[in-house]
Design a protein around this ligand. Structure first.
Ligand code: PLP
Length: 440
């Protein structure tokens, strides 16, 4: 009997080792990590430079509590992150994961509002569907009832607006009217709540698992920024999945030149070598909170020297090997190959994403975009068929009025075009079997 306790009950082999985009189980079977775990292992596994940096740091110190010591890796990593972020986002608060980064962002926003005499502002508007983390605060802005409902009233149900899923609503992504249409929903929600009660709006510039790499329509990002400014609402970008370079730029917001007031990053930031995340905020906000007594928040392991040394080495590898450029180039190739599958399989309704944050969605009818029947469990089936091909993809069925089954194909940023061929061969075999067995 295993003493491990996980959410999933799927029987999985035991991991032995991993290198580059490949992972081997104890029986020597080689898998392609086609989803970088949960969009985490951005620079691939066992990168020698990162391992060397970690070993060197381990010889010096692995833990120094942040109230007792500053650390060189911490200072260096903060400087590197600030340099990679848009001008103005220059204060870095380390955490150990995505939920912690989101919690930190919401708490800093709230403390800032209190400090500037706006204690009436507490609501954080978010989108539906969305995923912002598993802790109670992050769940309160998560738009996904199956995950949130059992925890009410322990968490506050924050106001939600629809995510801009133009592809489902039959709207043209490239028409500025579409972006304006969805952004207007934010303005309407702020007005309905009462602007004096609204603290922040949080969303993912390029969606993660909840929407399947949703890309906003033209003009949406800029319009959201303007609406937030108009009503004094802080804009938080959750870049836990989209940040770190996977979309071809360090932050997803960079694709549209939109700078948030606070950004949350994690996942690819530590790239699976260590648990690492950060909240990045501007000096004007942080200084105001510090001057009023300091930020009332922190986690014990945050910013430990080993995590920071690993994170620094990850960012240096991304720069040295131009992995953001590679994500953009190889991502375009992979996206085109995924789009071509739409000719072969009528049940692929949409292919979307940026860089190597890509997804495809299965539908019963491409015209209406009706999802496949839930009872078909396409989400489980296709993941297992791909797994049998030793290809790992990440699937989510967002149920009950959300969307259908979608699959994230997000290999590490080091992926080559030859490896895209390998991924596509395996994926096509899995889809052929799916078509033969299930979609006929
Ligand atoms: N925010 C987004 C956009 C995510 O995708 C995730 C995780 O999938 C989180 C927050 C939560 O991160 P973690 O699981 O590291 O707490």
């Amino acid at each position: 009997m295993s003493h491990l306790f996980y959410l999933s009950t799927a029987k999985r082999p035991v991991l032995d080792r991993a290198e580059g985009i490949y992972m081997w189980d104890r029986d020597g079977r080689r898998f392609i990590d086609g989803s970088s775990g949960a969009m985490v292992s951005n620079i691939g596994h066992s990168n020698p430079a990162v391992l060397a940096a970690m070993r060197a740091q381990m010889e010096k110190s692995t833990f120094g509590y942040r109230l007792h010591f500053e650390t060189e890796p911490g200072e260096a990593l903060a400087a590197k992150v600030a340099a990679l972020c848009p001008a103005g986002l220059d204060k870095v608060f380390f955490v150990s994961g995505g939920s912690e980064a989101v919690e930190s962002a919401m708490k800093l926003a709230r403390q800032y509002a209190v400090v500037r005499g706006q204690a009436s502002r507490w609501k954080v508007i978010s989108r539906f569907p969305s995923y912002h983390g598993s802790t109670l605060g992050a769940l309160s802005v998560t738009g996904y009832d199956p995950l949130t409902d059992p925890f009410k009233p322990m968490m506050v149900a924050m106001p939600k607006i629809p995510a801009p899923r133009a592809y489902l609503d039959g709207l043209d992504m490239d028409d500025p009217a579409t972006g304006a249409h969805y952004a207007a929903m934010l303005e309407a929600q702020i007005l309905a709540e009462g602007p004096e009660t609204v603290l922040a709006f949080i969303h993912e510039p390029v969606g993660g698992a909840s929407t399947g790499a949703l890309v906003p329509p033209v003009g949406y990002m800029q319009a959201v920024r303007e609406i937030c400014d108009k009503y004094g609402v802080l804009l938080i970008h959750d870049e836990v999945m989209s940040g770190g370079g996977r979309v071809g730029t360090f932050l997803g917001g960079d694709l549209w030149g939109v700078v948030p007031d606070i950004v949350a990053i994690s996942k690819g930031f530590g790239a699976g070598y260590v648990p690492l995340g950060a909240m990045v905020a501007p000096s004007w906000m942080v200084d105001a909170v510090q001057a009023a007594g300091g930020f009332l928040h922190g986690h014990t392991y945050a910013g430990n020297p080993l995590a920071c040394a690993a994170g620094l080495a990850v960012l240096e590898e991304i720069g040295r090997c131009d992995l953001m450029g590679n994500a953009a180039r190889v991502g375009a190739v992979l996206k085109a190959r995924l789009k071509a599958l739409m000719q072969r399989y009528g049940f692929i309704g949409d292919v979307r994403g940026e860089g190597l944050l890509l997804a495809f969605e299965l539908v019963a009818d491409r015209e209406t975009m009706a999802p496949l029947p839930a009872a078909m469990k396409a989400f489980d089936t296709l993941v297992e068929l791909a797994y049998a091909e030793q290809l790992i993809i990440y699937a989510r069925r967002t149920r009950g009025g959300y969307a259908g089954d979608h699959f994230l194909v997000c290999p590490p940023m080091i992926t080559t075009e030859a490896q895209v061929d390998e991924i596509m061969e395996k994926l096509t075999r899995a889809l052929d079997r799916f078509a033969a067995d299930h979609a006929a």
